[in-house]
Design a protein around this ligand. Sequence first.
Ligand SMILES: Cc1ncc(COP(=O)(O)O)c(C=O)c1O
Length: 469
Amino acid sequence: MTSTDAAITTLDGLIEREEAAFLARTTRSAELWQRASDVMPGGVASSWASSRPVPVWVDRGLGGHVWDADGTEYVDMHGGYGVNVVGHAHPAVVEAVQRRVALGTHFAQPTEDTIVVGEALRERFGLPMWRYTNSGTESTMDAVHLMRAITGRQLIVKIEGTYHGHHDALMVSAFRNASQLGPVDDPYRVPGSGIPQQMADLLRLVPFNDLDALRRVLEAHPGQVAGMILEPMMMNAGIIPPAPGYLQGVLDLVHAHGGLVAFDEVKTGLVVHPGGVTAMFGVQPDIVCLAKALGGGVPCGAIGGTAEVMAAITDGVYDQVGTFNGNPLTMAAARAVLTEVLTPDAYVRAEQLGRQMLDGSLAALRAEGQPAYGSVYGFKGSVVFHPTPCTNYREFLGIDLAISHCHFLYQHNGGVFLPPWGKSESWTLCVSHSDADGERYVSNVARLAHDVAPIRDRSSRIFGEGQYN
Ligand SMILES: Cc1ncc(COP(=O)(O)O)c(C=O)c1O
């Protein structure tokens, strides 16, 4: 296959060609997928691991690289959906986990590592008290429970389009397409499948970066809003940063109405900055939710809170519980992540590499007259195939899904593993990525830019109106 394949004149043609190449490279994955389909619905362990044209089965990882079941090596910028900023099999994490495994991995009694991890998180995020969970879903669920238990109120404000995990309180109107959004000043509350409408009706949705909309909701429901949960930087819609003053404005407004604010930093915490968006923007929410990167690849989660919020747990107003909370294996890994691997220098280096990747990619796209923008925050970054930066979910829906998927395919076939669903995801770098890894990413963008340039009609039959459109 060459970049100068003159016969291809449509985007769908490029996608078909690249998907064929992808399938030819992943025959063992296809076999495993077929076998898995007999034992797991959809042939995958989690429905969102199912991706087009075939879920890629991974054999192993080391540092910033992974090898798939066919033995092909990739630069891994998928990072397990934003988990692996420490890279694979980092010696400090391997040593910590090996030591712990030999000492026993579960007692449901505290171990000293829980204190060290809590102290490290307190220093990074500025919140005094911490508890542990096992996933981002559990962290945001606890946050909602806490906000309701403390205020005695029921309504929660959520940002339109965001995903906060798969529990009943928040799995509402996540990743909806344009026809499912409803009026901008009163969006539909669409529960995820299996979740009662009554749960969805306890939410109020507002667009990101819109303080007037938030003010209207708070004024329309005096004394009823327990709190607001938001990703302080939207991460499942590419990357959408908060407008200047937005986060402090949210805190001021919600507090003025007697509610609490929880930042969902499951994706951003420990990744965009040592202390997440919270420290990056110098704001102080009542609750911070963490997961993903904290465990260095071991299942994990945490919630931090102000003294007032966490007193509700101390005093038994809210029972924050779980058999595996503070699991010794997770805590040993998290301690190594926080105290040994994710040093301040690691963030500086990741951001430098990300900048090189972004600058190189935008230059290549510009040279071919392709509209694009992008951003870099610590280990995270993205190139977006759209002329103007998005500020909220409705604008994000305007980004073309087909070109984003095409980019995912070009990167994969060019040896860089990105998360599937290219439009909504971003890259995750790790402490081991090299300049050469970044250059591989840029050269794949350049190849895409070159091949796409002659294609004027971008309408895609492959991606009609559907999820994310
Ligand atoms: C912002 C955000 N919050 C919460 C979650 C849920 O985390 P988990 O999959 O660990 O339950 C996710 C998962 O991707 C997420 O992106």
